[in-house]
Design a protein around this ligand. Structure first.
Ligand code: URA
Length: 434
């Protein structure tokens, strides 16, 4: 089929043959489809959708539009996790070493942050010397030696996604379930693991704001992954308030290290234990979910996960001593507490507003290519439901200048509401598992 025929058919709601979708995606990757026609096709999909078979074919075509990594040298079943992005989400920093410490290799390809959600690579680059951009052979060697590595996507993996995503970004077609699934799962399939756990965030600070949308995305991610011969499950997890208490790169590394040593905030640990348990189950090393979760808890409490993290950091050029001495991480020149204006219960912490405040401080990017300040951010001192007295500190701002401090203080004062606490939803909202 020509691109014009594809547009005409999809515009009328037809189901497209898998072979036509595949040929079209590969033409896009080769630069043979003009942007205006590719954009028109994306818009037709946005309005008419794709069924399960079309989505699976589109996903597969994105995956094999470039290099497909061969992870067989790693010798055992490998598992990765993908999060749809949240505020204060430093889970990968704890999860990859914890799962690796249980004997399951975790080759993790990760991204950088844009907008109010942070990126795993940005957080790791707060560690002096850490290298996130490594050639594939070095990435695989580190996974073999240490059990895990976390690196950036290489340009030859899923090249069709880069082209299609940049068009979606400027044509209002990002929020289409089949296009999101093709983009996320296509990249994951190209990276080669055998199984994937998806953490689909839901709530005010998430890409999917309603449970209904998060559920649709979770089911579609799992279906497209399984249709392409890999194991998958998804957890729908709450992202109304930030995860943990730190927002900002070096601050989040400190919190991740606390969690790797068996401490840290309860919600971060719960998420690591749940996702890690699911990864062990999908890898085939544990069949019982409760036993798998207990095993993740043990490697956190014994310090074994922290040891693997230090080894991974060293192998990727970073200073492993940060694990024992977080003072080696960059610190901001000015800090200030934000205090409660009245007494009461913390009723709401607006993850989205705090994510935006962290970007304004320099912890995240408003535009692709913005340079980050790894030392700045926000440290929350309260969680929803906590009781506070008037004048009690709610948060500490870590800033590069007095003016940035003033703006963030104002934003945090409105983002943390004190009044009558509403019932928060549980962290694990729903599970989609085989
Ligand atoms: N993340 C991706 O990688 N792709 C999308 O389409 C949306 C979120």
């Amino acid at each position: 089929m020509t691109t014009l025929e594809m547009i005409e058919e999809k515009k009328r709601g037809a189901v497209l043959p898998a072979a036509a979708i595949r040929a079209w995606v590969h033409q896009v990757a080769r630069g043979e489809v003009p942007d205006y026609q590719a954009s028109a096709f994306l818009m037709a999909v946005y309005f008419q959708g794709m069924n399960g078979d079309e989505t699976a074919a589109y996903t597969r075509a994105i995956a094999d539009s470039g290099q497909m990594l061969d992870l067989s040298p790693l010798g055992s079943r490998t598992v990765d996790k993908h999060s749809t992005g949240g505020v204060g989400d430093k889970t990968s920093l704890v999860l990859a070493p914890a799962v690796a410490a249980c004997g399951v290799p975790v080759p993790m390809l990760s991204g950088r942050g844009l907008g109010h959600t942070g990126g795993t690579l940005d957080k790791l680059e707060a560690i002096p010397g850490f290298r996130a951009e490594l050639p594939i052979h070095e990435f695989l060697r580190i996974v073999q030696q240490v059990g895990c590595a976390i690196v950036g996507q290489t340009p030859n993996l899923a090249p069709a996604d880069r082209i299609l995503y940049s068009l979606r970004d400027v044509t209002g077609t990002v929020d289409s379930i089949p296009l999101i699934v093709g983009s996320i799962v296509g990249k994951k399939l190209a990276a080669g693991p055998d199984a994937f756990v998806y953490d689909v965030k839901v709530g005010a600070g998430a890409f999917m704001r309603t449970l209904e949308d998060a559920r649709l995305l979770g089911h579609a991610l799992v279906r497209a992954t399984r249709a392409n011969g890999k194991s998958a499950s998804a957890l729908l997890t709450a992202m109304d308030a930030p995860l943990g208490q730190a927002i900002g790169n070096a601050l989040e590394v400190v919190e991740a290290i606390e969690s790797l040593r068996g401490g840290g905030p309860a919600d971060l640990r719960e998420l690591v234990v749940e996702l890690g348990g699911e990864m062990l189950r999908l890898s085939g090393t544990e069949s019982d979910a409760a036993t798998a979760r207990a095993r993740i808890g043990r490697v956190l409490d014994s310090g074994r996960a922290a040891e693997v993290f230090a080894q991974m950091v060293a192998a990727q050029g970073g200073d492993p001593h940060v694990v024992d001495d977080v003072a080696l991480l960059p610190t901001a020149p000015v800090t200030q507490e934000v205090r409660a204006q009245e007494a009461g219960g913390v009723s709401w912490i607006d993850a989205r507003a705090l994510g935006d405040a962290a970007v304004a401080l320099g912890a995240g990017r408003a535009r692709v290519g913005d340079v980050l300040n790894h030392s700045v951010g926000i440290q929350l001192l309260v969680k929803p439901g906590d009781r506070v007295e008037r004048g009690e500190p709610l948060a500490v701002v870590h800033a590069a200048s007095g003016e940035a401090l003033r703006q963030a203080t104002e934003a945090i004062s409105t983002a943390v509401a004190v009044g009558d606490p509403a019932a928060a939803r549980p962290l694990i909202v729903e599970r989609i598992s085989p």
